[in-house]
Design a protein around this ligand. Structure first.
Ligand code: ADP
Ligand code: ADP
Length: 224
């Protein structure tokens, strides 16, 4: 393993498979998985002020404002389990968030090692979202057809109840895709310019995507 903490960002549109891939990759790399959407949903479940504020935006399929999001993720990254780095999923989603993350890492003498971009055509994403089910306890993602749990409606990991996210309705999904193309896709060039981007074809079976990702990670960690 390369020296220094390992920060990897999984980039990709909604439902491209970031969470699914992160769940497998974090075990192999022994990295903490930091998913901004999961953090917002945890806050929502606990009815915190942050959660209630974020809900307004999430329900509309819009991004939660940068200041709230950056503060929440930075707080998470400052915890001891992220001392060795983190597998970031869903953050950053804007250039301002990416710059804030770069600034924070630079201050600590760290840098991002790899940004795999999981590319999937929009029409495939809409189909995936329709069958997505999430564990109420751990946030693990399943699909009724493409990645079903062993027992219907129950999480394989912890027995938690599986549910369909409110923002996975077709009209909200279309809005989220628009938001992705406008606000998040510029990050592809941002990280390409930094020399850390790796293109991954997300439009193939889960195991094939994981194999591509692992190859990219192995290559990047050898270089650093
Ligand atoms: P998906 O898994 O479909 O990509 P997420 O669970 O990551 O969706 O995010 C769900 C919602 O939470 C987003 O539509 C947005 O409202 C909010 N959210 C998550 N991450 C961010 C972020 N980095 N910046 C702003 N809003 C975010
Ligand atoms: P994201 O975190 O990017 O929003 P998820 O990991 O939650 O995406 O995946 C979105 C949905 O698509 C889930 O229902 C998941 O089980 C399913 N899925 C993930 N990867 C694939 C794949 N390669 N092929 C088919 N379905 C997939």
């Amino acid at each position: 393993m390369a020296k220094g903490p390992t920060f990897i960002i999984l980039l990709g549109p909604p439902a491209s498979g970031k969470g699914t891939q992160a769940a497998q990759l974090r075990e192999a790399l022994e990295l903490s998985h930091v998913a901004s959407g999961d953090l917002f949903r945890e806050n929502l479940g606990n009815e915190t002020e942050l959660g209630l504020k974020a809900k307004e935006y999430m329900d509309r399929g819009e991004l939660v404002p940068d200041d709230i999001t950056i503060a929440m993720v930075m707080d998470r990254l400052s915890r001891p389990d992220c001392a060795g780095g983190a597998l970031l999923d869903g953050f950053p989603r804007t250039i301002a968030q990416a710059e804030a993350l770069d600034a924070a890492l630079t201050t600590q003498g760290h840098k991002i090692k790899l940004v795999p971009n999981i590319a999937v055509p929009d029409e495939v994403l809409v189909e995936r979202v329709g069958g997505r089910r999430i564990c109420r306890v751990c946030g693990e993602s399943y699909h009724v057809q493409f990645n079903p749990p062993q027992k219907e409606g129950v999480c394989d990991r912890d027995g938690g109840e599986l549910y369909q996210r409110d923002d996975d309705r077709p009209e909200t999904v279309r809005k989220r895709l628009k938001v992705y193309w406008k606000q998040t896709s510029p990050l592809i060039d941002y990280y390409r310019d930094q020399g850390v981007l790796a293109e991954v074809n997300g439009d193939q079976p889960i195991e094939a995507v994981q194999a591509e990702l692992r190859a990219a990670v192995e290559k990047a960690l050898r270089v650093f």
